[in-house]
Write a protein that binds this ligand. Structure first.
Ligand SMILES: NC(=O)c1ccc[n+]([C@@H]2O[C@H](COP(=O)([O-])OP(=O)(O)OC[C@H]3O[C@@H](n4cnc5c(N)ncnc54)[C@H](O)[C@@H]3O)[C@@H](O)[C@H]2O)c1
Length: 246
């Protein structure tokens, strides 16, 4: 029996990378899952997992679609225990040249998209005695870097949002935590980041990049009762990269 047996989870960005890895690992551990993506690739993920996986297309920048994702989990499985806000986009460029529209798009997807997920998860979880929210921030949401400022600003917002939900919703037995990846070699954003700056993959103390499954395993733990007293934490998943001075 898996350690997520009896749990119902909804996952955004589940067509690729860490969201896809979460879908596989949550299913392996016995969770019933509703998986979504803007790309349509959630159906491929479901086909690879097999079994009773519910899929839906969801653009997280549209609050109505995120609300519908939560409602779908409740309609299919009667409850929502774990909300995984994974989906997002990358960006490049210096802040001094950043255009307003580009910043808005970044905030709409990478910050507001996760806010909608957390907000509507709380709405559902309050009715069934609690749950867990896990947001994908970034090491770059904790420590600045040159050339991805818009992304970093959004991810820093996700970090604060995570902790704010934690302090506001603990009383409902809802835990809110964030995973802050360093360099994870996913097929999407991770691969693009690696190709742009390959040295970043090995500069950490472990000397290697992370894998999507590293995030999936951590997310499964955070959503489980094994993490019952963890609330409001921002966990670097970075091989120790963020602990280094240089
Ligand atoms: N890979 C890394 O090294 C790394 C590092 C730090 C943080 N992160 C964060 O981890 C999360 C997952 O990253 P990944 O590397 O697995 O990325 P990925 O590119 O492999 O997958 C991201 C998924 O999000 C989906 N997506 C994009 N815009 C969306 C939208 N508007 N609505 C719904 N889904 C949307 C994409 O279609 C894609 O399937 C992201 O939030 C990313 O910012 C990744």
């Amino acid at each position: 029996m898996g350690f997520l047996e009896g749990k119902v989870a909804a996952i955004t960005g589940a067509g690729s990378g860490m969201g896809k890895a979460c879908a596989k690992i949550f299913a392996r551990e016995g969770a019933r899952i509703v998986i979504s993506d803007i790309s349509g690739a959630q159906d491929q993920t479901a086909a690879e997992i097999g079994g009773d996986v519910v899929t839906t297309r969801c653009d997280i920048s549209d609050e109505a679609q995120v609300s519908a994702l939560v409602d779908l989990a409740v309609a299919k499985f009667g409850r929502l225990d774990a909300m995984l806000n994974v989906g997002g986009i990358g960006s490049g460029g210096l802040l001094e040249y950043l255009e307003s529209d580009d910043l808005s798009r970044m905030l709409d997807i990478n910050l507001k998209g996760m806010f909608f997920g957390a907000k509507h998860a709380v709405r559902a979880m309050k009715t069934t005695g609690g749950g867990t929210i896990t947001n994908w921030s970034s090491l770059a949401g904790l420590i600045p870097s040159v050339g991805s400022g818009a992304y970093n600003i959004a991810k820093a917002g996700v970090a604060m949002m995570t902790r704010n939900f934690a302090v506001e919703c603990g009383k409902y037995n809802i835990r809110s935590n964030a995973i802050c990846p360093g360099m994870i070699l996913t097929e999407g954003m991770g691969r693009a980041g690696y190709e742009a700056q390959p040295k970043r993959a090995t500069v950490n103390p472990l000397g290697r990049p992370g894998a999507a499954d590293d995030a999936g395993e951590l997310a499964a733990f955070l959503a489980s009762d094994r993490a019952a007293y963890l609330n409001g934490v921002l966990i670097p998943l970075d091989g120790g990269w963020g602990a280094m001075l240089a």
